[in-house]
Write a protein that binds this ligand. Structure first.
Ligand code: ATP
Length: 296
């Protein structure tokens, strides 16, 4: 009897240290300038070859679809369409990354499936080929495959690598407001934005590992649109950014998760204690240099 193969993958979340919208495109997407960084918080994606043809997604999180709308399912399907040879696959997702939270959880799951299926079925695709396939599923998928730190342009898919910031402690908070990325962009008015910061400043800080400079130059143009709809987030961000030992705080992506870059693990833990009883999700993590990797 044939042994069915199994592979466990870590799918890391990301934060955006910088996010600017630089234009609207004909296809409805927006052109961005962004600085991504992978963080230690990750989902576990377990791929299991199954004897029946087709794909099965298992996930216990109530807001995660288990049909073809799951990005992980989409990743398996698109790989099968492009290169074939996958046969049957069960995809189990152990969700730890908050959903619809600006942390690219779905994109990370898709990246994990692309990465894992390529190994499991010995498809022989390069990372660049996987990224080209991944962008069809979502703008953040190429970065999730790339991992570490990168400057993103285009829809966030044209990546210039940056050196990763090593093990910088972070606090993440999410009050449970689920934000639809599509809605944030739909309601975003480019002419109403203020106090633009140029990306070159924070990129240079990242290149020099100048964490104080990174903290001072965090920027997300989407905060205005999201905070206008959810005013309580403004106060929450103020509380986070005034914690002892905080270099700076920002909303990640289209929100509503906010993160703070902290001086050390003790400062991160102290901030966590303050928030964890009053907010839906609060955790500490660190910046990391990987997007997807095996989880043995
Ligand atoms: P992005 O900013 O890339 O849109 P996000 O981090 O804000 O991502 P996700 O956690 O990826 O948000 O979820 C966005 C939506 O995608 C959810 O509402 C969910 O229904 C759907 N979705 C599809 N597949 C997944 C998945 N594997 N994990 C989480 N959500 C998924």
């Amino acid at each position: 009897m044939k042994t069915l193969k199994e592979l466990r993958i870590r799918a890391h979340a990301k934060v955006n240290l910088y996010l600017d919208v630089v234009g609207k495109r004909q296809d409805g997407y927006h052109n961005l300038e962004t600085v991504f960084h992978s963080i230690g918080l990750h989902d576990q994606v377990i791929l299991h070859e199954q004897s029946e043809k087709g794909f099965t997604v298992l996930c216990e999180h109530k807001d995660v679809p288990t049909d073809c709308n799951n990005l992980a399912y989409g990743a398996a399907q698109i790989l099968n369409d492009v290169v074939g040879g996958i046969g049957g696959l069960e995809i189990r997702i152990n969700k730890r990354i908050p959903v619809a939270a600006g942390l690219a959880g779905g994109s990370a799951n898709a990246a994990a499936v692309l990465y894992g299926v390529n190994e499991l079925f010995a498809l022989g695709l390069s990372t660049k080929q996987l990224m080209d396939i991944g962008v069809k599923l979502g703008a953040d998928v190429p970065f999730c495959l790339h991992g570490g730190a990168a400057y993103g342009t285009g829809i966030g898919d044209i990546l210039t690598p940056l050196p990763s910031l090593c093990d910088i402690p972070l606090v993440l908070i999410n009050s449970g407001i689920a934000v639809s990325t599509a809605n944030v962009f739909k309601n975003f008015n480019i002419t109403l934005t203020k106090q633009k910061k140029e990306s070159i400043i924070i990129r240079t800080c990242v290149e020099k590992s100048d964490i104080i400079g990174v903290g001072k130059n965090l920027y997300n143009i989407l905060e205005g649109a999201v905070f206008a709809k959810h005013p309580e987030l403004t106060e929450l961000k103020d509380q986070l950014s005034t914690q002892t030992g905080c270099y700076g705080a920002l909303m990640s992506g289209s929100g509503a998760t906010m993160f703070a870059l902290m001086e050390d693990t003790d400062a991160a833990k102290q901030a966590q204690v303050l928030f964890e009883n009053n907010i839906g999700f609060c955790t500490t993590t660190k910046t990391t240099s990987v997007g997807v990797c095996f989880d043995n």
